[in-house]
Write a new protein. Structure first.
Length: 176
């Protein structure tokens, strides 16, 4: 005699059989099997194969993005020329862009509230351009660099103190 429990178990075996695994033609190649989160919550399987040449294993850019916020990259008052120590401050950006040649970045400069808004925007643009020019001099392609000037519009600290104004004068480089 077959009871309701036996029928239910048999139905579960039929309805819940293991999914068939197929290799997707657009699967990403990785060194370890697993899943990679994609924008808009899409997922693609990662395929590991011994037939993949080592040269084809290109490092994937970090999904969370690269963000460089340097308050150590300071400019002289009302100047847009990089100081001699700027190469040390910008070396993480150069290294990242060399490691991930498919990545583009936005370079944004911010100023404090000293001077008029128009002057701050102009100064901010010239400073962001100076950072982009430095990256170009290090072999980074121009089409990977986008420049923005925010002037005094996005303070992160008080403009009422010297320390606060210094914090507000900053360069951000963000992965796009």
């Amino acid at each position: 005699m077959i009871g309701a429990g036996t029928v239910g178990a048999a139905a579960a075996l039929v309805l819940c059989k293991e999914p068939e695994i197929t290799e997707s033609p657009d699967a990403l190649v990785a060194k370890v099997p697993g899943e990679l989160s994609q924008p808009l919550e899409q997922r693609r399987s990662l395929v590991m194969t011994d037939a993949t040449p080592a040269a084809a294993l290109v490092p994937l850019a970090p999904l969370m993005g690269f963000v460089f916020d340097s308050r150590s990259l300071q400019f002289d008052l009302d100047r847009a020329e990089l100081e001699p120590g700027a190469s040390d401050a910008l070396s993480p950006v150069v290294d990242f862009l060399n490691d991930y040649p498919e990545v583009s970045v936005r370079i944004t400069d911010h100023t404090c509230w000293l001077g008029s808004n128009e002057h701050s925007l102009d100064l901010s643009q010239r400073r962001a351009d100076a950072v982009a020019d430095y990256l170009l001099s290090q072999g980074i392609d121009r089409d990977r660099l986008f420049v923005a000037a925010e002037g005094e519009s996005q303070p992160i600290d008080s403009n009422l103190t010297d320390e606060g104004r210094q914090s507000n004068r900053r360069v951000e480089v963000v992965q796009l």
